[in-house]
Design a protein around this ligand. Structure first.
Ligand code: B16
Ligand code: MG
Length: 216
């Protein structure tokens, strides 16, 4: 029985990737590291420090752990200023209707985002109270593609893993959902191993999710 749907944030609920791009771009300009929107795609679903390491590897210098921590904090300050512009209009198409349909059907919802700013973004979007559980990425030992965050979401919801669906836009996220034994739904692009692939969130509906779940 389908009992819960676990959502990624960036790329599924809203497009915060552009704000991540602008914040990293400002830091990279200051450090004279080349960075563009195409390379930004490699940072999808990747945590903050891991993203920084990928960027610094493109420069010519090496930095101490203290310098790295201060760079990450600086990027996050830029990012926090940018996301304050987010409004309920920035919800991706289909998400509001899906959350309502899930609520009416008594299907529980959780958020499994790598972002430490996820709760703030839900607030700006005006949907904080529409998730039964918001997992804290700071509480995890391993990020996606490890299934830990999806296990945690299901445990906090009190739902068996096999009765959950996970929705993701990044390959690492799809891998994490599959490793958790949940049904994976991939949004956009080609995501290997996704049980259901949709080109955009506008195609999401409870009917489609149910159909894929019972076809399994
Ligand atoms: P923060 P998701 C991820 O969100 C982003 O896709 C990724 O680009 C970002 O680096 C990561 O969150 C950490 O974000 O710096 O705000 O903690 O797709 O897992 O919702
Ligand atoms: Mg994502």
């Amino acid at each position: 029985e389908l009992e819960a749907v676990i959502f990624d944030l960036d790329g599924v609920i809203t497009d915060s990737a552009e704000y991540h791009y602008l914040a990293w771009k400002q830091l990279c300009d200051e450090l004279e590291i080349p960075f563009d929107r195409q390379f930004n795609n490699n940072l999808k679903g990747v945590g903050r420090m891991a993203s920084l390491e990928l960027l610094l590897a493109r420069g010519t210098r090496s930095y101490s752990p203290e310098e790295k921590a201060s760079f990450a904090a600086r990027k996050n300050e830029y990012y926090k200023k940018l996301i304050a512009r987010i409004t309920p209009d920035d919800l991706l198409p289909g998400i509001d209707a899906l959350l309502s349909a899930l609520h009416e059907a008594g299907i529980r919802t959780a958020l499994a985002s790598a972002s430490r700013n996820a709760s703030a973004i839900l607030g700006y979007l005006g949907i904080s109270d529409r998730f039964d559980v918001v997992t804290d990425p700071g509480a995890l030992k391993k990020g996606k593609p490890d299934p830990e965050q999806f296990f945690l979401a299901a445990e906090l919801l009190g739902v068996p893993y096999r009765n959950c669906i996970g929705i993701e836009d990044a390959q690492a996220g799809i891998d994490a959902i599959n490793a958790a034994g949940m049904l994976s739904v991939g949004i956009g692009g080609y995501l290997e191993g996704a049980a259901l692939r949709l080109s955009s969130t506008a195609e999401l509906s409870l009917e489609r999710l149910r159909e894929a779940f019972f076809r399994r």
